[in-house]
Design a protein around this ligand. Structure first.
Ligand code: 5AD
Ligand code: SF4
Length: 482
């Protein structure tokens, strides 16, 4: 298994291998030596703390980073007073960047009191040249910086940093590499994200992701299935297949495979009970996928289908490649094929040139589709994207007023839509002991809705039948059924 690499077998006095992942195993063994030395000197093992900003892809990356650190002997701390602090950053909206700078400022103060601390930054924000300039000028206490494309190099870069006793900055502009078989920590024992592809080729005009995550690259189906089988053997019952645009999975493989075929293969893996995936682009959502979803027992009846705007005019400016009518028709088709399916979405308010009429079109789609939930965002200007250079940036007060109106409507509609399963019995994956009331277990329906019900921790990780007795706005209270 990936988490059981025998570092003791590696000759760390030889030259480092060129090939991956052998090269990283070699540097993991080198870091392990450093960890042992630290332990001899300090009478304790060094500890690390990671903070993840942003999406599920970043959360998955952080599990890989933590997996590497644990494999070399670091212990995980639950706060920044650690020996090694690593922020995995996001840059999708400006406020994500601001949060990182804010936290970093505090970390600088902490480092004055704890000068041996190592501070590292990685992830999407590091792919921006302006950010690196600013970090070098204003945050010189950062020891290690790397980007999204060389995240697998953590052990090598950390070792370089420790060995040279000076800051290391290594950010690649792009890559066509996918390094397999590195360790990963898992936040939950019973569910796990699984990367199926990296990068994005869509270049929606507002979005910085294609610039910081690079071109689309799919993992081979064999590697994906190998990983999922290993997860199932380790007690995982739910997998979330991750990619910026899973519907174009497999197009760039030597032997192209569709996302729908991949789902069918995942469905065959014994022990896996639930399959989720994220994110789908409406323009690439195939009839084949709808068909697989309609007949599959394991693929959850939930589809996150970002709308972004309901105005065909704005959608064109956004380079989304579908119209309002096409989106509505697609939503209808899916609802018919998969009765009871939960549709959720992302919406941006205040894209350049958005008029009140355009905004009303967005509200109209929200009414017509009746989303179970919608993530709503205020447009954020990202340097280097085509939209940043567009005329007619909408004034903030206008955007804020629209945003509040949208949010209110989204919440009302979602409360009504989510209540449709009241007084039915549903299968629920028991996920954790309720954080407010230890007598309750919190779980999720296949469509992702939260349910709280009386039960003990032994249930965690199992799928149980629960009657949904009370609806509380966005979650249910229920009771176990025999
Ligand atoms: N401003 C606001 N929201 C954005 N998103 C992506 N780029 C921007 C931006 N510049 C939103 C989209 C996407 C989600 C992950 O983030 O709605 O689906
Ligand atoms: Fe960004 Fe569009 Fe790619 Fe999603 S599909 S990551 S919004 S460019």
């Amino acid at each position: 298994m990936d988490n059981e690499i025998d570092l003791g077998q590696i000759d760390i006095n030889s030259e480092p291998p060129i090939e991956e992942p052998a090269r990283q195993y070699y540097f993991m063994a080198k870091c392990r030596e450093w960890v042992r030395e630290f332990e001899r000197k300090n009478g304790r093992r060094p500890c690390f703390f990671t903070q993840t900003f942003g999406c599920q892809m970043n959360a998955k990356d952080s599990e890989k980073l933590a997996g590497i650190l644990e494999a070399v002997g670091f212990l995980e701390a639950d706060g920044e007073d650690a020996d090694f602090v690593l922020y995995n950053t996001c840059t999708v909206r400006e406020n994500a960047n601001q949060r990182v700078y804010g936290r970093l400022g505090q970390l600088g103060v902490l480092k004055k009191k704890r000068p041996w601390m190592l501070i590292a930054l990685c992830g999407c924000m590091m792919q921006e040249k302006e950010v690196i300039k600013k970090l070098k000028a204003s945050y010189p206490f950062v020891d290690l910086i790397f980007g999204t494309h060389n995240i697998f190099q953590l052990a090598e870069l950390l070792f370089r940093c420790l060995d040279q006793q000076k800051p290391v900055v290594e950010v690649w502009e792009e890559t066509d590499k996918i390094v397999e078989k590195l360790p990963a920590q898992r936040k939950y024992s019973f569910k796990s994200g699984v990367n199926i592809m990296f990068g994005c080729n869509n270049f929606c005009s507002y979005c910085i992701v294609p610039y910081v995550r690079g071109r689309e690259r799919s993992r081979s189906p064999q590697e994906i299935i190998r990983e999922i089988k290993a997860l199932a053997a380790d007690g995982v019952v739910e997998v979330m297949l991750l990619g910026q645009n899973v519907n174009s999975y497999g197009k760039t493989l030597d032997k192209p495979v569709s996302f729908a075929r991949l789902l069918e293969e995942v469905e065959q893996v014994e022990g896996i009970k639930r399959i989720r995936f994220m994110t789908s682009h409406p323009k690439d959502l195939s009839d084949e996928l709808i068909e697989v979803m309609s007949r599959s027992v394991k693929v959850c009846p939930h589809l996150h289908l970002p709308l972004q705007s309901g105005s065909s005019r704005i959608l064109k400016q956004m380079n989304r490649k579908y119209t309002k009518e096409q989106y509505l028709a697609l939503a209808e088709k899916i609802k018919e094929a998969v009765p009871g399916i939960s549709l959720t979405t992302d919406i941006i308010v205040g894209f350049p040139g958005e008029t009140e009429e355009d905004f009303l079109e967005t509200l109209d789609v929200v009414e017509k589709v009746s989303f179970d939930s919608a993530f709503t965002f205020i447009y954020s200007k990202r340097t280097g994207t085509p939209a940043a250079a567009m005329a007619d940036q909408v004034p903030y007060d206008v955007v804020k007023e629209r945003f509040d109106r949208l949010l209110k409507r989204v919440q009302e509609i979602s409360a009504k839509a989510l209540s449709r399963h009241l007084h039915t019995v549903q299968e629920v994956l028991a996920e954790e002991v309720n954080t407010h009331d230890g007598r309750l277990i919190t779980g999720r329906l296949g469509n992702n809705t939260l349910v709280h019900f009386p039960g003990g921790p032994k249930l965690i990780g199992s799928v149980v039948s629960v009657s949904l007795d009370e609806f509380k706005g966005f979650y249910y209270m229920g009771n176990l059924k025999e």
